[in-house]
Design a binder for this molecule. Structure first.
Ligand SMILES: [Zn+2]
Ligand SMILES: [Zn+2]
Length: 123
C-alpha cells in the first residue's frame, strides 16, 4: 500500500509513514502538551496499525499516567502521543511532510491554555 502521508523529526533520525487516513488536526492546550512541546500541541492521528516507523534509531518514549510521548533523542522533536488501550496514535502535525492535506479541527483543554497568548473561543 502506498503511504498517505510521511514525516519525521528535525534531524531525520526518526521517519515514519502513514498507510491510512489521518484525522483533522486537534489543538491541545493542556499543561502536559505545553510542557512537552513548549507551546500548545497540534495533533493529527491515525490507526496505530497504519503508522509505520521507517527510521527509529533515536526514537524514545516518555511514559506517564498510561500515556506515552515519542520523541527524538537526537534533536528533541516531539512526534507521537498515545494512550494505553486506544487503537489510535496521535502525530504532531508539524512533523508531517507537506502538503499535508489536513484541515484544522477543534481546540481542546482550552481552560488550561497559557496566560501568554490569546485563548481560542471555547467550543
Ligand atoms: Zn531528530
Ligand atoms: Zn494535551
Amino acid at each position: 500500500m502506498s503511504p498517505r502521508a510521511a514525516g519525521g523529526c528535525l534531524c531525520g533520525a526518526v521517519r515514519y509513514q502513514v498507510n491510512g487516513p489521518l484525522r483533522d488536526v486537534i489543538f491541545c492546550h493542556c499543561t502536559r502538551c505545553r510542557r512537552t512541546h513548549g507551546h500548545f500541541a497540534a495533533y493529527t492521528a491515525c490507526a496505530r496499525d497504519d503508522l509505520e516507523l521507517v527510521e527509529q534509531r533515536s526514537l524514545r518514549w516518555y511514559e506517564s499516567d498510561e500515556r506515552r510521548r515519542g520523541f527524538c533523542n537526537e534533536c528533541g522533536a516531539s512526534l507521537f502521543w498515545e494512550r494505553a488501550g486506544r487503537p489510535t496514535i496521535s502525530i504532531s502535525a508539524g512533523t508531517l511532510d507537506e502538503p499535508t492535506g489536513l484541515s484544522p479541527g477543534e481546540h481542546i483543554f482550552v481552560a488550561d491554555a497559557g496566560d501568554y497568548y490569546e485563548r481560542p473561543p471555547s467550543q
